[in-house]
Design a protein around this ligand. Structure first.
Ligand SMILES: Cc1ncc(COP(=O)(O)O)c(C=O)c1O
Length: 438
């Protein structure tokens, strides 16, 4: 396959007029295949993407960074959205679908009675943090994992340089975040209850404890319950961030599977199949605090978000999507592990079935990953070291992926044996941490 040309050229232009090139770190070409990643799409449908040169790729990578859970341009969701657009997606009055969706979300999560909306995950988490602080009248938040770009979160690195390396990535400077926020947000690692215990000992009156119920690893026995008990003991609002994991493991928040009842939960990209939408759901007494502070924005009232979400949830329920995601994810993991064994390449797979990742623990892991991306792209497949299963992925797609991966692992084995990994790359090695681009 010839390499995409128009996309990489446009990416170079983009970096001159858009700081960092794109609005999301995970959409930077440098994170996949510097100089050769197609970068832009002309069309996306099902599990396929067409680049600007009209080349079609099977997407076995991150499916719109997890936003397109049913697959690209899902016809059922699009039909509902197009109808809403034609009937007016913004008006002086409110969209009635907001109320219907709030009732659906509360039915799915019987511990919650009230819902607010936003349009992106990061802003929804900022709202959750604000409501928790307003409700408790306190400042200090304990958290684990990634929760967006906003000041309340990035302030973690004011306390200790690279404190977020364990939770997000290395190299994030908290420039522009008021220094007065130092000490208002403290991290603990997943499955390390002793770290949260130490925080609570030092700060017995927390505003919130915020975490994902599950992500890269399963919770140790009793871990989630212990976090909840510590949150309750310190009078903190206990918040689950379900932005990525929600609706992938069951119809609703992953916390339902663990029998957990938080005080608030936040959903975004996994519930509206690519249309901007986010929801903060919570207990009535906690959510009421939203009225004692100011949380308000024009585009949080648009109609497309709730319409797309209602259509996506209805379809996820109808097709029992989480079962499909689990099956596809398990087959992809098997493809990785079988190819690793067959070709003698060490590979570590982690994550839960609908959202998997792997690492090459051997020497030059990043160069090897870059060669993997390059060789898969050459075979018409967008692939990286992570995989989000979607409703559009079929067993036939996994077989196509498996055949290409088998060939590519043979190339990697040869590259490792002859110490020619870097020599085989048509461009630089992909970047890992946060780096300035232009
Ligand atoms: C757990 C979690 N929280 C927050 C966010 C931020 O969401 P957004 O990118 O929509 O701002 C993400 C995004 O990947 C996420 O995975």
């Amino acid at each position: 396959m010839t390499m995409s040309n128009t996309g990489p050229k446009l990416w170079k232009r983009a970096k001159k007029v858009i700081p960092g090139g794109a609005q999301l770190l995970s959409k930077r070409a440098e994170r996949f295949l510097p100089d050769h990643w197609p970068s832009y799409y002309s069309k996306a449908q099902g599990a396929y993407i067409w680049d600007l040169d009209g080349t079609r790729y099977l997407d076995m990578s991150i499916m719109g960074v997890g936003a397109c859970i049913l697959g690209y341009a899902d016809p059922d969701v699009n039909r509902a959205v197009i109808e809403a657009v034609n009937r007016g997606s913004m008006a002086t009055l409110n969209a009635p679908e907001e109320v219907e969706l709030a009732e659906v979300l509360c039915r799915l999560h019987p511990w919650a009675q009230m819902v607010r909306y936003a349009r992106t995950g990061g802003e929804a988490m900022a709202i959750a943090a604000r409501i928790a602080r307003a409700h408790t009248g306190r400042d200090v938040i304990a958290f684990c994992g990634y929760h967006g770009w906003a000041d309340w979160y990035l302030a973690t690195n004011l306390q200790k340089k690279d404190a977020l390396a364990e939770h997000l990535l290395k190299g994030l400077e908290p420039r522009g975040v008021p220094k007065g926020l130092r000490g208002t947000i403290l991290p603990f690692r997943y499955n390390h209850i002793e770290e949260l215990e130490a925080i609570v000992r030092k700060h017995p009156r927390l505003a919130a404890v915020i975490m994902e119920p599950v992500h890269g690893e399963e919770p140790k026995r009793g871990f989630l319950k212990s976090v909840q008990a510590l949150a309750r003991k310190s009078g903190a609002v206990f918040v689950f961030d379900e932005i990525t994991m929600g609706f992938r493991l069951t119809l609703g928040g992953a916390h339902l599977l663990y029998g957990m009842q938080p005080d608030m939960a936040v959903f975004a990209k996994a519930m509206s199949n690519g249309y901007p939408m986010a929801a903060i759901i919570g207990r009535r007494d906690v959510m009421d605090a939203a009225q004692q502070t100011f949380i308000s924005s024009t585009y949080w009232t648009d109609r497309i978000g709730p319409v797309a979400t209602l259509a996506t949830i209805a379809k996820m329920k109808r097709v029992k999507l989480h079962r499909h995601l689990a099956r596809i994810g398990e087959s992809v993991k098997k493809v990785w592990l079988d190819a690793g064994e067959k070709h003698g390449i060490e590979i570590h797979a982690h994550g839960v079935a609908p959202l998997l990742a792997f690492a090459f623990p051997g020497p030059e892991p990043q160069a090897l990953k870059t060669l993997f991306v390059q060789e898969m792209l050459d075979r018409g497949i967008l692939a990286t070291d992570g995989f989000y299963a979607s409703g559009a992925h079929t067993d036939a797609h996994v077989r196509t992926y498996g055949r290409a991966l088998d060939q590519v692992f043979a190339v990697l084995r040869e590259a490792i044996r002859t110490k020619t990994i870097r020599k085989r790359l048509k461009g630089p090695v992909a970047m890992q941490g946060f780096t300035r681009l232009n």
